[in-house]
Design a binder for this molecule. Structure first.
Ligand code: IMP
Ligand code: MG
Length: 175
């Protein structure tokens, strides 16, 4: 049987919020170039929409990480599957992630990226689930703060499915 998915934020609401984030980042980085680092695969839909709404020059790079754990819970042990293509010297980095949940992944990643000699490192997450936090992670730009529920769509998956939904929905897993 199919999983039941109820809409939490419609495509229009998500895009409107990303537009605002783009405007805010453009103001904050006036006169500078922003280096966006997207975390694959979840952040891909978000980073595309966000980058289009930023009016200062933008460069892009991507990292792919996996966190050991089951489908819905990360463990804190993070493996880099694909590293950045370019060094970070003197760049104004914004790490773009789909969601900060326990904070395990981002706490490791930010620490790793901060050691690479960029000018600054900030974090932009489409979604933040603060109730679930285990590791302290400061989100500089947040799309939406959401309650403790498992969400899919707009890049977020459940067992690799539903990333392509154009909205963010809460999934009630069957069985
Ligand atoms: P954290 O390390 O617990 O903060 O989890 C980060 C990763 O877990 C995210 O990048 C997502 O891939 C995944 N994740 C956490 N919560 C959700 C959710 O509600 N839906 C889909 N993926 C999630
Ligand atoms: Mg992810």
């Amino acid at each position: 049987m199919a999983d039941k998915i109820s809409v939490l934020y419609s495509e229009e609401e998500v895009n409107a919020r990303i537009r605002e984030l783009g405007e805010q980042i453009s103001r904050d980085y006036e006169g500078k170039t922003v280096h966006l680092i997207g975390i694959l695969k979840g952040a891909t839909f978000f980073i595309c929409e966000l980058a289009k709404r930023i009016t200062v020059p933008v460069t892009l790079d991507f990292m792919s990480v996996s966190s050991y754990g089951d489908a819905t819970e990360s463990s804190g042990i993070v493996k880099i599957n694909k590293d950045l293509d370019e060094p970070l010297d003197d760049r104004n980095v914004i790490v773009v992630e789909d969601i900060v949940d326990t904070g395990n992944t981002l706490s490791y990643l930010l620490d790793n990226i901060q050691k690479r000699g960029s000018k600054s490192v900030k974090l932009c997450a489409l979604l933040d689930k603060p109730e679930r936090r285990i590791k302290d992670v400061k989100v500089d730009y947040t799309g939406f703060v959401i309650p403790d529920a498992f969400v899919v769509g707009y890049g977020l998956d459940y067992a690799q499915k539903y990333r392509n939904l154009p909205y963010i929905g809460i999934v009630e897993v069957d069985g």
